[in-house]
Ligand binder design. Sequence first.
Ligand code: DGY
Length: 417
Amino acid sequence: DTKLDLRAKEILRTNDRGGYTVPTAGLYPYQWNWDSAFVALGFAAFDIDRAWTEVGSLLAGQWPDGMVPHIIFQRVDDSYFPGPDQWGTTTSPPTSGITQPPVAATIVRRLHDLEPAKGRRRAEAALVALDRWHEWFATARDPAGRGLVAIIHPWESGRDNLPDWDRPLSFVDTSKVGAYERRDTQHVAADQRPHQHEYDRYLALVAFGRDNHWDPAAIAAGSPFWVADVGVNAILLRAERDLAALAGALGDSDIADRATRRAERLQDGLASLWSDAAGGYVSLDLRREEHATTLSAGAFLPLYAGGVPADRAERLIPTLRHWLDAVRYGVPSFDPTDPQFDPIRYWRGPIWAVVNWMIAEGLAGAGHADLADRIRVDTRALIRQSGFYESFSPIDGRGCGGKDFSWTAAIWLAMTA
Ligand code: DGY
């Protein structure tokens, strides 16, 4: 595997645009939020300074209200749509107006723990920014204080076109969207990307935010899409726990207390995403109080968050084994036994290395080392077979989406380190 180690490092170096890393050339030519966090984890395997630089450039994009945006448009590049004009934000550099799964605190804690003395100053700076971001989630996205944060766009889930979003999206009015030219399908085959009717809704939601000047109160009151994603809520809960631990290590008791309080509230909220009917944790449409009726890989992410009650874990583990037995490689992003499963279309079936990393971390932490290993073995086998693709078919392992993908390279390094 030495060759693949070298190749993974080379991909990160090649996608480095000078202090920030693009997910892949062409399809995603800017800095993406959770991609950057995973990229930092990858760089940490061989260049800890560069890892901290990635964290720094991501958090430098933080808005005055605390949000850390999903895209930072570091240098204008016409190969991507929707660009800065469509988002209509006012920061410099421009950014999108939405956020993405907050994995950063978990990864920052790891960077710090690798070399605590060396990383102290940068960890302290990141700690303050991350606390502000998490506080923003708690207020802007959970104004009622129920312990569940909402997403206002499927792109905030990072799992962009899961079948879970189909019904909440069906209520989004697209009559004012008008004509536009997609760029994603110029880089990747259309059968691996979202459908046009989904894209129309994505753009209608961007227009809603822009027309409301990305004002959190107006968005909370009126966003046509307002959904508690099980993935984002589990990732945030884990991030709060890691932030509290990091704050403790750095001697900041104020932040440690705040993060612990927020984590307690999220722990209660996450429990309410359990669905007996679906047999696992699912997303909840907060406008209609409707749970999703099918399981995605997100069902297993509460194990990564920690604190899953034993009776629920006892239902999740056999389900995961059943999924893994139904396909050649795991973990599919969506239930492979459901008719909506599609092995190559974006988030409706393919495997993502970053999701595997989180699920494996969760399983190992919950005492299922054998299953965690099985998932790591599958992840490495996929990369060995097909290269560093954005995602992979669970059926035959073929690579899908963008190639030479930064976070796939990062996870290779993190899983072999
Ligand atoms: C996309 O697919 O273009 C989204 O921006 C991903 O975040």
